[in-house]
Ligand binder design. Sequence first.
Ligand SMILES: Nc1ncnc2c1ncn2[C@@H]1O[C@H](COP(=O)(O)OP(=O)(O)OP(=O)(O)O)[C@@H](O)[C@H]1O
Ligand SMILES: [Mg+2]
Length: 686
Amino acid sequence: MNLRTGNLPAESTSFVDRERELAELRRLVGGSRLVTLTGVGGVGKSRLALRLASQLAHAYADGVWFVELSSLQEPALLAHTVALTLGVPDQSARLPGEVLAEYLAGRRLLIVWDTCEHMIAACADLAAALLRAAPGLHLVVTSRVRLGLSEERLFTVEPLAVPEPGEIGPDYTTQPAVVLFAERARAVAPSFTLTPQVAAICHRLDGLPLAIELAAARQRVMTVQEITDHLADRFHLLTGTPHGDPRHQTLRTTIGWSHELCEPKERLLWARLSVFAGLFDLDAATTVCADEALSPAEITHVLRALVDKSIVQRLPEGYRMLDTIREYGAQWLAELGQDEPLRRGHRDYFLGLARWFYADWYGPRQIEWYDRLRRRLPDIRTALDYSFSRPDQQLAGLDLAGCLIYCWVCLGMVREGRLHLDRGLSLAVEQGPELARALWASGWVTLTQGDYERGQVRLEHALRVADELGDLEALPHAGAITAVAPALAGRNDDAERLCGEVLALVGSRHHDCLFVVHIHRLIARAQSGDLDGALETVRTIRELSDRHGEVWARSYADAFGAGVQLGLGDFAAAAASARAAIRVKSSLNDALGLAISFTNLALATAFLGDAARGATLLGIATAQWQVAGSVVAQTSPAFVAAHTRCEEHCRAAVGDQAFEHAFGEGEEMDLRAALAYALHDPGRRR
Ligand SMILES: Nc1ncnc2c1ncn2[C@@H]1O[C@H](COP(=O)(O)OP(=O)(O)OP(=O)(O)O)[C@@H](O)[C@H]1O
Ligand SMILES: [Mg+2]
């Protein structure tokens, strides 16, 4: 569950020194809301920012957050990516920067944007807007170049301190660069002993942490003397003055040296793994990188060898490469002429994953999928971008974007889904099932954002294409989604009719669209006052969901079912249903489902006699509607009526002043507190 209290990743290796830098940075953050850490690649900007954030965590009531931007290539997704990391869901049609600014406005938090140099303009614009809107926000940025804002305070990260060759005194063992070498060397060669020669190596490597780590990893198979000799040869080859920062040259040279010392198969795998933008696991590495030159069995031990050499990092959640190392691999891959097939293989892997997800969605693994896809998002984006930028791959791109529909619409990524689907649909792809699916998928995300008109256009197009193709997969889906707009707009007869048509089309077969059809039918029936019919639909959905082991649709049955039970005067059952919905919705990042459920729980609680608590829950619901994007709330008569009814009841019961107070408390709560409050059932005795 992504709650609003911070997300600092665990550090997987020891941290050395930087006391002075950290003290200075804490001072800078105290005096300025935007601090940028600059410095050459591999100097330690990201590690330092992470440390700084964890040291300052206690000072920010709404948490400290680490947003990894190095794998993000699309500046248009910047605000969305920040929002996603913070757990601000994305179901409105408003600009993501605006939603984020509004969300941050009343909060006190520190956000680290790690690696901004490849999208400086977008970062600068968003930083300026957010800092203006949110006085309690502090930003710490790492970037090889500054953002260029007037309020920005710069801090240049220097390499670790290292003694000059002629001045290696007895205290050399405590010099930070030497300590780092020793710690990394001992990790691979426990019998390693420190000699002054190590200080000379660190000096040769300019005290650059990444270069030191690469050299120390050689300790497994080389002596200190051998490392010294090798580096001397390597650096001797460098002639003339390099452009830019000479330490950049040092790092490249060290990486080049590590590369040379790799076995041919290790070099090959290093190059191939560079197609991964984010974390990957052994299965992905094997599927994408294995062929006759590198068998699947070999991948396992070659990957282990790359970890031992510090080329690949192993984290608890998967493998990854540092940017500079990935860039080197990518160049090598291009030189080998394998760029194109590998990138296609990478895309195919994620297309396979997406197809599996699409087929598997209405099953017992929904919450698992949520975690898995969130982590794979950088690679999914890379795969989409690859596909859309090559004319002969666009259909596969559309297939990928369409198969992820349940990720976009059920897992709080509506805006991102719309962006990819719209991009794919703007290309001239041939008519086929991929197009039909992408069209209804696009219609769904668009309607979910409250943009009914454009959504309708997409759905009509989807119905036309599906009809022409005789596509019995897409036709009922498109029909089922078409019932969203009338259901939400309160045109209950239209919604009921559309649902009936889809049910007739499907007949006695099972079709995944049934979940959605029944949800829309439930909404229409509840709104039209056919409460018995609505309860029957709740039972239908529950049976269907239980049979498939899925929880997403079931939790909508609970969320709307609570509304029906309210109508029937069964307040205790309504509260229980709303709580059941909240439990699932919070695990799926479903802001809309949460907003509906909080509202119904507020009503049930108020009618059960606790109007003050009802008012607080209504405050929670109101804040949640903001997060979900209030378009749907504002346009749906049923939701507006529920809110008004609850407010009137509570005001009458406790008086205006007490109502305002209790309501305000709920509105101020963060999601973790709100969930704890809502899920606690004061009426239940153990
Ligand atoms: N103070 C430190 N103690 C221990 N390890 C460190 C320290 N600083 C950096 N490192 C290690 O050195 C490597 C490079 O550090 P880091 O990724 O922070 O550099 P960077 O400046 O962010 O590089 P880039 O510009 O490529 O993003 C990492 O493996 C990191 O763990
Ligand atoms: Mg970095």
